[in-house]
Design a binder for this molecule. Structure first.
Ligand code: M6R
Length: 606
């Protein structure tokens, strides 16, 4: 979740460290800090809150070292104060860390008994003192780290520098991603290649258990057993230019508006547009003999998976099991022979999703992952990676990644249906044609911004908001509620419309806006009954539908007019108004839209 960087440079690295950290702020932004080698010692600057606070600190108290590490934090152990901010250090060593050291309490007790003085509440500080203890016992830096790594339990990515060692940095990866960047007479370290994009596109990804010794001349990599290994040098595709807000006020707005283009790119990857056919990669399993599809993911990606359950069961007639990854990883769910397991993740690094993938793989499932980062751990550990072509998503609230995930999953549902003969060639053509029209329809929805501002005015006055939907609109109701709460901090819940009368209806009064996601499909009439139940109790109904408002037979607080589309693709379109409603509400509330409180973009701890 935290972001880490390191640079062995030719001149002062502090500005470049901060620049790289800015690209990693999506991983956490509770506090930030850097440390550099200054003569025989190490100096650091840290600041609570956003990176700009650290920048101010560095202007007042600059650092000049050519070797340094940096960190932007998402707090796990210890409050987000300057004292707990990374880098952590002793006189001999400084460390930045992403992940959780599970045995830090035992290590700390042991080290305190040996006389080490701890200054923070973090798990990371145990690593610093552990390495210091090894150095105190006479070990050289590389041997000290090797020994310390053997004593650490948990998930971590580490960047380590040593007092007086101007040409040395050690990196280690277990459970949290880490990339090494190769420059000309310079070396870099980062949580991902995006952080290093301004400096180099020549990247080596460390694999699980790897650790590396970096010097300006290059990197030596060792596996978990300490054996030297070669890891490929790849050219990263993350362009420095892509990480830019353009003319938009927030990344989230830019990303919402990119959807027509990125959905189109993603669909083009899985469709033969000329023949109106799905052109899906071989998943290495006979789809006609599939016994079950198991889907797992977290947050918004989970809701994309939930839409896929409706699609696959309906169009391909295969049972689908789905669960959030944090539950599925520990449920010990029995998994069938000839089963396909699908994991959905924008970052491709989500810890729970990765753990569930490994469980499914160990239990004989064929693994496919829908990921936005092709080089991610989830992509690499899957039998088949199915990339979304959304481009980097920087806003913490997932928007374009979601609709691109739906694009891939829709194609998957058709591919399975075709293989099983539950979808005819004619039906395939009709469904593919409907998909190909999605970008145009999304573009038309994006043109009516004022309607969303009006709805946002209503929602910004509320303490609670309900979202309702039926069928494949139910996951969109869940996603709409998640989007609103995560960036506006207004309490919102999504419900299956039919569940309303089983409890949530007790919440309805004139102060509770109810957003109803209701395309005019075969379930529309049922949803209208629920909508009337809300209106009868004074609830303020905001309807998102292609049906005319008169068809509801009740007074609506607002109506978002949607284009008429095949009900198959409706979830891809109806997600967009829920994004815009959340975005405009957050703007009105004055929250930090791209970096909402307590959240991080990439959740690499469980
Ligand atoms: O990177 P992933 O798609 O695996 O992330 C999963 C969730 O953490 C993510 O979708 C989260 O719920 C978003 N902040 C929602 O907008």
């Amino acid at each position: 979740m935290c972001g880490i960087v390191g640079i062995l440079g030719k001149s002062s690295v502090s500005t470049n460290l901060v620049d790289a950290l800015r690209r990693l702020e999506y991983r956490g932004y509770d506090s930030a800090g850097i440390a550099t080698i200054e003569g025989p010692g190490i100096e650091r600057r840290r600041a609570e809150g956003k990176l700009r606070n650290l920048e101010k600190r560095l202007i007042a108290e600059p650092l000049g070292g050519r070797t340094g590490i940096g960190h932007t934090r998402w707090a796990t152990h210890g409050r987000p104060t300057e004292r707990n901010a990374h880098p952590h250090m002793t006189a001999k060593v400084s460390v930045v860390h992403n992940g959780i050291i599970e045995n830090f309490r035992e290590l700390r007790a042991d080290l305190e008994a040996k006389g080490h003085k701890f200054e923070t509440d973090t798990d990371t500080e145990a690593v610093v003192h552990l390495i210091t203890e090894e150095l105190d016992q006479g070990a050289k830096p590389v041997a000290a780290v090797r020994s310390a790594l053997q004593q650490l339990r948990g998930a971590f990515a580490l960047g380590i520098i040593f007092a007086g060692e101007d040409d040395l940095m050690i990196a280690a990866r277990k459970g949290s991603p880490l990339a090494i960047g190769h420059g000309s007479g310079e070396m870099y370290l980062g949580s991902d290649a995006i952080a290093l994009a301004p400096f180099t596109d020549a990247i080596t990804y460390l694999e699980e258990g790897d650790w590396a010794v970096l010097r300006r001349s290059g990197a030596e990599i060792f596996n978990i057993d300490g054996v030297p290994v070669e890891r490929p040098l790849v050219k990263a595709v993350a362009s420095a230019l892509l990480i830019d807000k353009g003319n938009y006020r927030h990344f989230m707005a830019k990303e919402i508006h990119e959807q027509p283009e990125v959905i189109s790119h993603t669909l083009a990857n899985y469709l033969d547009m000329t023949q109106a056919r799905v052109r899906f990669p071989d998943l290495g399993i006979d789809l006609s003999k599939l016994t079950r599809v198991t889907i797992s993911a977290c947050g918004t990606a989970y809701y994309a998976g939930l839409v896929a359950k409706y699609w696959i069961e309906r169009y391909a007639r295969v049972p689908v099991e789905i669960d959030v990854a944090s539950e599925m990883r520990y449920r010990e769910a029995p998994l069938p022979e000839n089963g396909l397991a699908v994991f959905v993740s924008q970052s491709g690094e989500t810890a729970d999703t990765l753990a569930t993938l490994r469980y499914a793989k160990a239990n004989g499932q064929r693994i496919a992952s829908v990921v936005n980062v092709r080089t991610s751990t989830i992509a690499r550990e899957s039998h088949t990676a199915l990339p979304t072509l959304a481009g980097p998503e920087i806003g913490v609230a997932s928007t374009k990644a979601f609709t691109c995930q739906l694009s891939v999953l829709a194609c998957l549902a058709i591919a399975i249906g075709r293989a099983r003969g539950t979808i005819s060639a004619e039906q395939e053509t009709a469904l593919v044609n409907a998909l190909m029209e999605v970008p145009r329809h999304v573009a038309s929805i994006l043109r009516s911004d004022e309607a969303f501002v009006a709805v946002a005015h209503e929602l910004s006055k509320a303490d609670d908001v309900l979202y309702l939907g039926r069928g494949s609109s139910f996951p969109i109701a869940l996603e709409g509620a998640l989007k609103l709460k995560e960036i506006s901090y207004i309490h919102a819940e999504g419900y299956a419309a039919g569940e309303l009368k089983h409890g949530p209806i007790a919440l309805i009064d004139e102060n509770v806006p109810v957003v109803v996601v209701a395309p005019e499909d075969e379930l529309f009439e049922k949803t209208v009954s629920n909508l009337q139940e809300v209106a009868a109790r004074g609830g303020q109904v905001i309807l998102i539908s292609d049906a005319s408002p008169e068809k509801t037979g009740c007074k609506l607080a607002a109506h978002i007019q949607m284009p008429k589309v095949d009900s198959f693709v409706a979830p891809m379109l109806y997600a967009v108004p829920t994004q815009l409603i959340a975005y405009q509400t957050a703007v009105l509330m004055g929250t930090d839209v791209d970096q909402p409180r307590n959240l991080a973009k990439s959740v690499t701890v469980e």
